[in-house]
Ligand binder design. Structure first.
Ligand code: GTA
Length: 329
């Protein structure tokens, strides 16, 4: 009987400790542990007639088109990686429901405290038709673009049809995301702003994703680069890597640093992602390593003006129609 009392006391003490731990964890959540965040009005409460554009069970992401106040909106919901530093709280403060048990194998549903079970949410509102198409699941076709094709087909198309660069100018002018800047070189010719990409929640370095946005406003893409831009590219490469080492303790040997061709946004920017993280768009048909770009321009100052480039286009992309009309597909 005495043994049973001792056991009950021990169990009660474990529960008391667990409760104190969870209360303390809750108190220090969420804003102070994860940096500046502010609660905002739930604009998604009025998100109407949603339809799924695409989704991926493996990547745990869904892209949805709908209306907010009669205007088009795209909402992206993504489950985020489980952070190692939250494991003690996850184990102690969740409830666990058994689903099935067989020999030594158990399957449970763990219901975590809400702040450990967040969904990264991106809202594009009002969204253009181009945004809606961009996230719709579509067949892709590889396009072969010569230097002449660029001048006669691609350039006229992107001059008419590109996505707005307002968000880029807001970053450069400190009208948005100023508190997120990791590093800035303010030089108008060689300078850039390095900050977390929209796709990264900054909670773990496993999926680190930053972009360096050049201050120069007249370079649309790889195609505009010549050896004249080497000092700019070398500056972004060198200082970007140093800033990431300093802030995230990640050496350059752990980074994949590249440009997209075609990009979605025609203002020079460089992607810095963690090696091993399969960021969307890091495949060989779209990503060009900055180190290769630098070497190519060193070897041939006009490399990207003259070389044939290959890239995928979605079936409903207007640029693909232009290549077809020109008999280049
Ligand atoms: N900091 O406002 C912004 C912002 N915007 C509008 C875009 N970016 C921004 N970053 C900040 N603030 O990496 C980022 C984008 C992208 C880069 C532009 O600028 O996240 P790009 O011109 O080469 O265009 O780069 P890219 O790569 O095609 O654009 P994007 O949007 O990343 O789309 C590529 C694919 O990634 C999509 O087709 C989709 O499959 C996937 N994707 C897009 N958005 C998300 C998301 N939020 N979460 C997960 N996957 C996504």
């Amino acid at each position: 009987r005495e043994g049973a009392t001792n056991m009950a006391d021990a169990v009660e003490s474990v529960y008391r400790e667990k409760d104190e731990f969870c209360q303390e964890a809750k108190r220090s959540k969420p804003a102070d542990r994860d940096g500046p965040e502010s609660e905002s009005e739930n604009i998604l409460a009025g998100f109407k007639t949603p339809n799924v554009l695409s989704d991926s069970a493996r990547e745990k992401i869904i892209f949805i088109h709908g209306k907010i106040a009669d205007q088009d909106a795209v909402v992206i919901l993504e489950k985020t990686p489980i952070r190692e530093d939250t494991l003690p709280e996850l184990f102690s403060c969740s409830s666990l429901r058994l689903e099935t048990r067989n020999d030594i194998y158990g399957s449970y549903r763990l219901q975590a405290p809400p702040h450990l079970n967040e969904i990264k949410t991106t809202v594009i509102y009002p969204a253009t038709e181009k945004h809606v198409k961009k996230y719709q699941r579509q067949e892709n076709f590889l396009v072969e673009e010569t230097g002449e094709d660029y001048e006669s087909i691609t350039l006229p198309y992107i001059q008419q049809q590109s996505l707005s660069l307002q968000w880029v100018y807001n970053i450069l002018d400190k009208k948005a995301e100023a508190d997120r800047v990791v590093y800035e070189d303010p030089d108008p010719k060689l300078g850039f702003v390095l900050l977390p990409d929209l796709k990264w929640n900054q909670k773990q370095v496993d999926d680190l994703y930053l972009i360096a946005v050049a201050h120069q406003r007249d370079v649309r893409s790889l195609r505009d680069l010549t050896s004249e831009h080497l000092p700019l590219l070398q500056n972004i490469f060198q200082k970007g890597k140093e800033a990431i080492l300093q802030r995230y303790n990640l050496p350059s040997s752990k980074l994949r640093v590249y440009l997209h061709y075609q990009p979605s946004y025609y203002h020079l920017h460089v992607h810095f992602t963690k090696l091993g993280y399969e960021a969307p768009g890091c495949g060989v048909e779209r990503a060009h390593l900055l180190s290769d770009v630098i070497q190519n321009l060193q070897a041939n100052p006009q490399f990207y003006k003259t070389r044939t480039m290959y890239f995928p286009l979605r079936a409903d992309d207007g640029l693909l129609d232009r290549f077809r009309e020109a008999g280049r597909m």
